[in-house]
Design a protein around this ligand. Structure first.
Ligand SMILES: Cc1ncc(COP(=O)(O)O)c(C=O)c1O
Length: 371
């Protein structure tokens, strides 16, 4: 059987009627921007994330840029983050004029290593931007200790981690401000671009509300320089339908992950994703590590299984950061993760039989390489 890495069509088919109804009702309302669906979705997301405020924006990238702007981070400032992530985590820091400083990751969780973060902090550091990579929260206790000690901000890039928890608290409530993406393949995906920022700070929420609307809170009065970055009501209505299913979908992902663990944990050539005690991983991606991921990927493709390399090159070695003077070997754990990572299908439309089949393909391929 064919198993793709993502299955948007399969998931959408299950909810097609509810989505059509939701979209039709927005069309009938004639309210498309910051209307009732957006407001209702923001309230539901604030409650889901255990945060006082939630503000819809145009994308996860805008969520990061606007969060940095709201914290008044810009030229002359440094922000410490991970290089083992999607481009927007570092790019948004550069886009506001600040300097991304990369710290290394923990070899088990693949999230920021607090000891490396501590070493990366300088008098210019204004924030740590923690990415909950693949859906596993970073060690927010240890990172929070560092940011409190230095009087700097802790930002969550929770683009991949909606519904994840750390010590019982949801992603979105673990720092000063958190950023989500609703890119279609995300666990909570829109039918286009979308994003959201959560915060429990009244002041930050006010700044964000102005920044996403040209710096204006009352019509045609501009208190600051903002932009146009809103989540529209059609996307909000779609996301409300999907949010009501999200806990079930996350559970299905976790169930799939537990089957992989059952079948693959004794295959010594493969490192499975870690799930530290006290954290709930939502497996946006199920990323294993093997010595030759490209070979395994091509043999899985021959058997109809789709995979992805998240991420083949760390940000500090990307051409965009050449002027920062990083070289190979500077962040060895991140570089090793990039050399070995391979994401395999875990999405919620896969049932246990599908996962057993994929896991058995992997076992067979790895065992055949031993001979
Ligand atoms: C970790 C991370 N940060 C930020 C983003 C940016 O989100 P968007 O594509 O909605 O701009 C993404 C996803 O694309 C992501 O995976």
């Amino acid at each position: 059987m064919q198993h793709t890495l993502f299955d948007l069509k399969g998931q959408d088919a299950e909810i097609a009627d509810e989505i059509s109804e939701a979209v039709s009702s927005v069309l009938a309302s004639g309210q498309f921007i910051l209307g009732p669906e957006s407001k209702a979705f923001e309230a539901e997301m604030a409650s889901f994330c255990g945060s006082e405020h939630a503000l819809g924006v145009a994308s996860g990238t805008d969520a990061l840029i606007l969060a940095l702007k709201a914290l008044d981070i810009g030229v002359g400032d440094e922000v410490v983050t991970t290089p083992f992530t999607f481009g927007a985590s570092g790019g948004s820091i550069a886009w506001v004029g600040a300097t991304p400083v990369f710290a290394d990751i923990d070899p088990e969780t693949l999230n920021l290593d607090p000891a490396s973060v501590r070493r990366a902090i300088t008098p210019k550091t204004r924030a740590v931007l923690a990415v909950h990579v693949f859906g596993l929260p970073a060690n927010m206790d240890a990172l929070g200790e560092i940011t409190s000690e230095h009087g700097i901000h802790l930002i969550e890039d929770a683009a991949q981690a909606v519904g994840a928890t750390f010590e019982g608290l949801p992603a979105g409530s673990l720092g000063d401000v958190a950023c989500f993406s609703f890119y279609p393949t995300k666990n909570l995906g829109a039918y286009g671009d979308g994003g959201l920022v959560t915060t429990s700070s009244e002041e930050l929420a006010g700044s964000l509300a102005a920044l996403r609307a040209h710096g204006s809170l009352s019509k045609y009065v501009y208190d600051s320089h903002g932009t146009n970055s809103r989540l529209d009501d059609i996307q909000a209505a779609i996301l409300r339908v999907k949010l009501s299913k999200l806990s079930d979908w996350s559970e299905a992902r976790r169930q799939n992950a537990s089957i992989y663990r059952e079948v693959l944990s004794d295959v010594s050539e493969i490192t499975l994703p870690a799930e530290p005690a006290g954290s709930t991983h939502v497996y946006h991606l199920y990323t294993i590590r093997v010595s030759d991921p490209d070979d395994l990927a091509s043999k899985l493709a021959d058997r109809g299984v789709g995979t992805g390399r998240y991420y083949p090159l760390p940000l500090h070695l990307m051409p965009a950061y050449a002027d920062r003077g990083y070289g190979v070997g500077d962040l060895p754990v991140s570089e090793e993760a990039c050399r070995t990572c391979l994401s395999i299908p875990v999405h919620p439309t896969l049932g246990s039989e599908d996962i057993f089949e994929i896991a058995n393909h992997i076992r067979e391929i790895v065992h055949s390489r031993r001979i």
